[in-house]
Design a protein around this ligand. Structure first.
Ligand code: ADP
Ligand code: MG
Length: 427
């Protein structure tokens, strides 16, 4: 009897070990797929009863705090006063600093003197070479067109199933995000407008659209919308689809094992202009993700280091670049709303990432300083959002609590910049 019990225990122990190994392997597979977020057919379910990709959303799935269970239409804004947008004829291609002289300088060797000036700022000359990105004018023209053009096709191609690649009647494309809930569409949209306030032009232009809105914009794809089980009343976001984008690995000075990106880093002197310009965009990305508490980019990599020591060698989540090396910040839905809700869990990682940077773009710092001094982040963001987005009322705006958190993060970022100035300003 004793021998039998001992054998039974041994068997149970082996089974337990096998289960642990199985769960661990499954987790590793999920994390691997998470890195690129490509669509994999037949995934779990979402708040809307949709098939949803839990594997590609490991962090969001892990952290899914029961969102305010509101319908897809958000809280109404207090004072509607939407200004009509005037169309402006825009360049149809992704707009970068197209001027050939600048372009040649970007490709060439560094003959720019010091890459850093006034203690903590990228030099004026470098900043002058920075790609213009999606300029205000370009974005306005795209938004105007995207609001009026009919959508003739909806297909996979923008990540998980609740995102769809839309083709407009003129052949141009956009990524439609239905969002797991309204918070995510709100996060994506308000993050876009915050970037605009800060003069950060790395986010593709965005509009909101209501599936049952006036006009025939969605008429040709009704059957497909039905198949996706999207609610007709939903407000979705559309962002311009950009061709030929590739992945981006986190540069060495921003990896955990390095001492950070600071003005006295000797490597800065041996970098090419193109490398410095990319680093400059990274410093904007880090300040921006800190403000919006977006954990779904560099911060999630830092978190993954706990079990995946080589995560930094792979492409950064939700960051792509054009063939010219201009960074494109996509998938910002974790910013502001969801990011603020789960702040407790991520704050130490946000602090670590921000703490690793002490070089900034002068223009970004000026805008942060202004928002800090005037303490008007909420009203400026709301005004820009209302004036630019006719559906702002339908989707709603940040709660007072979240608007307070945003202002608080602006103040903290400002303090961090002052700290860097104090440390490196006399050099
Ligand atoms: N604006 C865009 N232009 C071009 N490709 C895009 C765009 N947005 C998304 N994609 C493609 O879809 C993939 C997943 O996009 P993402 O928005 O991160 O989806 P998910 O919500 O599934 O994480 C990206 O890695 C990229 O290949
Ligand atoms: Mg993504």
């Amino acid at each position: 009897m004793r021998a039998f019990s001992a054998n039974l225990f041994a068997l149970l122990f082996l089974c337990a070990l096998a289960s642990v190994f199985y769960v661990w392997s499954a987790l590793e597979n999920r994390l691997e797929r998470h890195k690129r977020g490509f669509p994999v057919p037949g995934r779990g379910s979402s708040h809307h009863g949709l098939p949803v990709d839990l594997s590609a959303k490991t962090f969001r799935a892990l952290l899914a705090v029961p969102a305010a269970q509101r319908p897809h239409l958000g809280a109404r804004l207090e004072a509607p006063n939407l200004t009509d947008q005037t169309a402006s004829a825009g360049n149809r291609d992704y707009h970068v600093n197209g001027d050939n002289k600048r372009s040649a300088l970007r490709e060439g060797p560094v003959k720019l003197g010091s890459p850093v000036e006034d203690g903590i700022f990228w030099s004026e000359r470098l900043e002058g070479l920075l790609p213009a990105g999606f300029t205000e004018e370009y974005a306005r023209a795209w938004r105007e067109r995207a609001r009026t053009h009919r959508i003739v096709k909806l297909e996979p191609g923008c990540g998980r199933i609740s995102n769809q690649l839309a083709t407009f009647a003129d052949g141009t494309k956009a990524c439609v995000r239905y969002g797991i809930n309204a918070d995510q569409v709100q996060g994506e949209t308000l993050t876009y407008y915050l970037a605009s306030l800060l003069g950060i032009t790395n986010l593709p232009p965005l509009i909101l659209s209501q599936l049952n809105g006036d006009g025939e914009q969605w008429a040709a794809v009704r059957t497909r919308i039905g198949g996706l089980q999207w609610s007709d009343r939903a407000v979705v976001s559309l962002t311009e689809w950009i061709s030929n984008l590739t992945g981006v690995v986190t540069p060495a000075p921003l990896r955990q094992e390095s001492g950070g990106l600071h003005p006295v880093l000797p490597e800065l002197w041996s970098k090419t202009t193109a490398e410095l310009l990319e680093l400059m965009q990274w410093t904007d990305l880090i300040t921006f993700d800190y403000l919006t508490a977006n954990f779904d980019r560099l911060v999630s990599n830092l978190f993954s280091l706990q079990w995946d020591s080589r995560v930094m060698e792979r492409d950064t989540n939700n960051l792509l670049k054009t063939p010219r090396g201009d960074l494109v910040f996509i998938d910002n839905e974790a910013g502001l709303v969801h990011g603020f809700r789960v702040l407790n869990m991520w704050e130490k990682y946000h602090n670590t990432v921000l703490g690793s940077v002490c070089v900034f773009r002068k223009r970004t710092v000026q805008r942060v300083a202004e928002l800090h001094r005037r303490r008007d982040a909420r009203s400026r963001l709301l005004e820009l959002y209302r004036d630019s987005e006719p559906l702002s009322q339908e989707l709603g705006f940040l709660s007072d609590e979240h608007a307070g958190i945003l202002q608080d993060r602006i103040d903290r970022l400002h303090r961090h910049i002052l700290h860097c100035k104090g440390k490196y300003g006399q050099l």
